[in-house]
Design a protein around this ligand. Structure first.
Ligand SMILES: [Zn+2]
Ligand SMILES: [Zn+2]
Length: 349
């Protein structure tokens, strides 16, 4: 058993504080990881505050994990002590349903085991995430970090990266595709970088001019202001895919006419009811509103390898674990460029 320490929330209103706990003893197919870096996802904040009503306390969040293997179970042959590895939003699934067989564990018919806030499939103990010094994970859910990737910057790829990579792949984005990205936070900035790296023509759609320079610096080809009716009308019917990363309730109706016939707007940020939708632009253009959640393990490895090959890396702000509560306050105001990453080695628990 590995004794470790993490940052935990005791309730929806209490700040995160250090908490000692034990990682489970290694099963034959387990990998024990010393966590080096942990990304800070908006879902961590939603979970800590119980915004979705399913949080179990004490809660140790974090599902953008990069670390070093320190021990492996007897049946683990893919990883050895010293390897740099990563863990994303899933740590287990049934491994026998058709979705698991197809490598889409995120759709496991039994539901996948989340990296934190989920009962372990064997012990029912509640999983604890990346805001900690160590984690023990079944080998099938451990990813290999390509050597050329910067370890700290790799962390946000495990949620923000795959959440935006997967829909771009599902809707066959490539050279010649026209993609629009709504929202320029942790998810949106990755959607821009990944779509550009895939060869698409990328437009950022925003409410004001304020993010124009940032968008173009990230590689976007064009910038469209959603409040500017003339520009929105001129852009009608242009896009194959719109990736909507806005994390709060909003109205998608104004964006639908931007799609080509058969085009798709996919939601990846907001979880819950949308503002009322007008069906007219959907019906008139056979346009679709869809959703997407992370990606399977094989696709996540493919994304890491793609980012290594194309040198696509998130923009990060490094913080220490003890600064997490201030980081959450800034995240709440969208005051981050564009993802916080906790350096565990620099942290003083
Ligand atoms: Zn996340
Ligand atoms: Zn399954």
């Amino acid at each position: 058993m590995i004794k470790t320490i993490g940052y935990a929330a005791e309730s929806a209103t209490s700040p995160l504080k250090p908490m000692e706990f034990d990682c489970r003893s290694l099963r034959h197919d387990d990998v024990a990881i010393e966590i080096l870096y942990s990304g800070v996802c908006h879902s961590d904040l939603h979970t800590v505050k119980n915004d979705w009503g399913w949080t179990i306390y004490p809660n140790v969040p974090g599902h953008e994990i990069v670390g070093r293997v320190i021990e492996v179970g007897s049946a683990v042959h893919q990883y050895k002590v010293g390897d740099h590895v990563a863990v994303g939003c899933m740590v287990d699934s049934c491994q026998s349903c058709h979705h698991c067989h197809d490598g889409e564990e995120q759709f496991c018919v039994e539901g996948f085991t989340q990296t934190y806030n989920s009962p372990d499939r064997h012990t029912q103990d509640i999983t604890k995430g990346g805001y900690a010094k160590h984690i023990v994970v079944r080998q099938e859910f451990v990813l290999s970090v390509p050597q050329s990737l910067d370890l700290a910057k790799t962390a946000p790829l495990l949620c923000a990266g795959i959440t935006t990579y997967s829909p771009l792949r599902s809707w066959n984005v490539g050279p010649g595709s026209k993609v629009a990205v709504i929202g320029m936070g942790g998810l949106g900035h990755m959607a821009v970088k990944l779509a550009v790296a895939m060869g698409a023509h990328v437009t950022v759609v925003s409410r004001s001019h304020s993010k124009k320079d940032d968008a173009l610096n990230l590689g976007a080809d064009a910038f469209l202001i959603s409040q500017d009716n003339d520009s929105m009308e001129k852009a009608a019917g242009q896009f194959d895919l719109i990736v909507d990363t806005v994390p709060v309730k909003h109205d998608v109706t104004p964006y639908i006419p931007l799609l080509k016939v058969d085009g798709t707007l996919t939601l990846v940020g907001q979880v819950g009811p949308l503002a009322e939708i007008n069906s007219v632009p959907m019906i008139l253009g056979r346009r679709r509103i869809a959703g997407s959640i992370i990606g399977g393990i094989a696709e996540t490895q493919e994304m890491l390898d793609f980012c290594a090959r194309m040198q696509v890396m998130p923009e990060v702000e490094m913080i220490k674990m003890q600064d997490i509560n201030q980081a959450f306050e800034r995240l709440e105001r969208s005051d981050v460029h564009y993802r916080f990453v906790v350096g565990m080695q620099a942290s003083d628990f």
